[in-house]
Design a protein around this ligand. Sequence first.
Ligand SMILES: NC(=O)c1ccc[n+]([C@@H]2O[C@H](COP(=O)([O-])OP(=O)(O)OC[C@H]3O[C@@H](n4cnc5c(N)ncnc54)[C@H](OP(=O)(O)O)[C@@H]3O)[C@@H](O)[C@H]2O)c1
Length: 451
Amino acid sequence: MADVQNPPPYDLIILGASGFTGKYVVKEALKFLNSPSSPLKAIALAGRNQAKLAQTLEWATHPDTPPPIPILTADTNDVSSLHHLCAQTKIILNCVGPFRLYGEPVVAACAEIGTDYLDISGEPEFMELMEAKYHEKAVDAGSLVVSACGFDSVPAEMGFLFNSRQWVDPALPNRVEAYLSLESDKKIAGNIGTYESAVLGVANAHKLRELRRSRPKRSRPAIPGPPLKGSVLERQKKIGLWALKLPSADSIVVRRTFSTLTENPGGLPGKNESIEQMFNREAYWSTVKPAHFGVKIGSKSLLSIFCIMTVGVILGIFGQFSFGRWLLLKFPSFFSLGLFRKKGPSEDEVRSASFKMWFVGHGFSDSSLVSQEKPKPHMEIITRVMGPEIGYLTTPIILVQCALILLNQRDNLPKGGVFTPGIVFGPTDLQERLQDNGITFDVVSRSVFSV
Ligand SMILES: NC(=O)c1ccc[n+]([C@@H]2O[C@H](COP(=O)([O-])OP(=O)(O)OC[C@H]3O[C@@H](n4cnc5c(N)ncnc54)[C@H](OP(=O)(O)O)[C@@H]3O)[C@@H](O)[C@H]2O)c1
């Protein structure tokens, strides 16, 4: 647990700063270092290669001379190097992935030492395994461990909470479907790190099922009205997109947030929160209404949807056996039809890209209508989250804002434990902070149809 008398020298350490995503996280974090009213006064970069880390710093500060930011050596295979990092900082921002390969020793070290931990994982099995193995330890040590603090899964979590809160009493949502649309006038591409995580996720899907079978069942909120149904491919006329079911981490993370909320109505108390803060938190959660949730990838072009579907099928087949995985990882650009590259997207491509995530909510204008026989949702609220390129601009913005909240609102957050971003940051000012940094939330339309 943090020693108040002798605070560690760094506010945060960016681990894996030399990676493709890590270097953009460094660039984003530097915007807030020592700026007026920022709680960020001291940071360090960490990784296994000093020269690459120094290059990262030069890239992130170009054309200025890099500030004197310490570069620390740490390898996830060397537990003592991780303990040494944890002892020197309030927060570790972990950008070392695939998380299923490298993440656990970092979470273990943070939960051991009592250091707060945020990462950008989009790997459900890793997240659920960390919760199963380290939650109790993290509670005891006062370490807050939050995965998925990037594009996976904060726009989905905050966007869903935003839509859910538009259903003001007596209105009641039944389902919210998110449609993700990636836009650019250049090529849209991701780096190999994300691709490798996806390939390993497909290959190990059975492990997630086994993990869940071995764990006690989590509570689920009661959602009035019909269950979520829908085809794999659909034409969403309202927003003019073809859409395909996306097996991303988002819906799993949102479901975990609602399980925690069902088990802890009113949310989780802050470690030293004031009475006023307690009322604010409970008031926030009282306006959130659970609903079925699913995510789809959308495009105006049916051809793009078929390309994405083809890549999904290729990953699904080749990811099942080791030679297939070897081929997928050896020739990422070929097997992903250019969606992922060994060298990642160029700076120009990153700058040109953006996303829109539409949340189409269906429900009832009056909750009393749910008690009818075969109730049919007749009200629709569409909201939207928009922002810059997902992996290397939006993800660093989110991760850094989550870290800044930890730094200046720590007393209002749970003392420790492994949680989802929604449960920890939902009742904070994260949405306003994201808006101030280019990720917007808006209500697009509200309609009531005759039944
Ligand atoms: N949430 C999101 O939306 C989102 C967005 C982007 C990325 N991601 C995730 O972030 C992860 C990284 O992606 P990326 O594209 O940045 O990958 P990357 O370019 O390959 O970077 C990986 C980083 O991990 C470091 N590393 C690897 N093994 C290590 C070890 N044993 N000890 C210490 N450091 C080690 C690498 O160090 P070296 O430089 O020394 O090789 C590098 O800094 C992936 O899991 C990806 O899915 C998530």
